[in-house]
Design a protein around this ligand. Structure first.
Ligand SMILES: C[S@@+](CC[C@H](N)C(=O)[O-])C[C@H]1O[C@@H](n2cnc3c(N)ncnc32)[C@H](O)[C@@H]1O
Length: 200
C-alpha cells in the first residue's frame, strides 16, 4: 500500500517547476496540485467505492497519492503519463500493488480497458492541460473516456482554463457540472461528466 499522503515536498515542487520550464506545453502548470483539491477530485469521482480507476497526467503524484488513499484495498488504478522525467519520478516514489504506471497517452485508455477492465472504468481522473493539447487532441481523449467508462461512471477533470473543456464534455456526456475550487492558487475548476450520450 502507499505511504501516508502529504503536501508535495520541496523536491517535488522544484522538479515540477523545472519540468514546466523545459516543456510547459505538456506539463501545463507551475506547481503540483494541492492536497485539498486532490481529495475533492477523489470524492467527486466516487473513488472510495471504486474498483477500477484511471488517472491522466499523474505528474509527480500529488493527485495519485490521494486517489490511492481513497481507493478500496481491492481496487486497481492505471496511470497514464507522457513526460519521461515524471514517469521516472513516479517509478521511484509510488509503491503500491494496486497501481500500474503506463508511459502512454491518455488517448490510449481504450486499449487498457479492452485488455484489463472489460466492464469499463468506474472513474477517470484527469489533470492534463486540455487547453494546450488543443481541440483535436481534446476531442480524442474525451471520446476515449466516454467510450471506456462503465455505465454511471464519472469523469473528473481539473482545469485552469475557465471555458475551454466544457463544450467537448457536452458533446459526449448528458450531465456536465462545473465545481469551481477557489481556495487554491491559482483558482481551479473541477469539471465532471457522467451519463454518456448515445448516438440518436
Ligand atoms: C498540470 S500537470 C498535473 C500533474 C499532477 N497530476 C498534479 O496535479 O500535480 C499535467 C500532467 O499531464 C501530463 N500530460 C500531458 N498530456 C498528456 C497526455 N496526453 N496523456 C497523459 N499525460 C499527459 C503532463 O506530463 C503532466 O504530468
Amino acid at each position: 500500500m502507499s505511504g501516508a499522503p502529504s503536501e508535495p515536498s520541496g523536491v517535488a515542487r522544484w522538479d515540477f517547476l523545472k519540468a514546466y520550464i523545459s516543456d510547459w506545453h505538456t506539463v501545463g502548470a507551475v506547481a503540483p496540485t494541492s492536497r485539498a483539491v486532490a481529495r475533492k477530485m477523489a470524492s467527486l469521482g466516487g473513488v472510495h467505492y471504486a474498483r477500477n480507476i484511471a488517472e491522466f497526467g499523474p505528474g509527480t503524484g500529488a493527485i495519485t497519492h490521494e486517489l490511492l488513499a481513497a481507493l478500496p484495498a481491492d481496487g486497481r488504478m492505471w496511470a497514464f503519463e507522457v513526460y519521461g522525467p515524471f514517469v521516472e519520478h513516479l517509478r521511484k516514489t509510488v509503491h503500491d500493488a494496486r497501481f500500474t504506471l503506463l508511459e502512454r497517452s491518455a488517448a490510449d485508455l481504450g486499449e487498457i480497458r479492452r485488455a484489463e477492465v472489460p466492464t469499463g472504468f468506474d472513474a477517470v481522473i484527469s489533470s492534463i492541460p486540455f487547453s494546450l493539447i488543443g481541440p483535436e487532441g481534446t476531442r480524442e481523449v474525451v471520446r476515449a473516456v466516454a467510450q471506456n467508462l462503465r455505465p454511471g461512471g464519472m469523469f473528473v477533470a481539473l482545469q485552469y482554463h475557465p471555458t475551454f473543456l466544457r463544450p467537448y464534455l457536452l458533446e459526449e456526456f448528458e450531465q456536465v457540472r462545473r465545481n469551481p475550487y477557489l481556495w487554491n492558487i491559482p483558482p481551479t475548476l473541477l469539471l465532471t461528466g457522467r451519463g454518456v450520450r448515445r448516438p440518436t
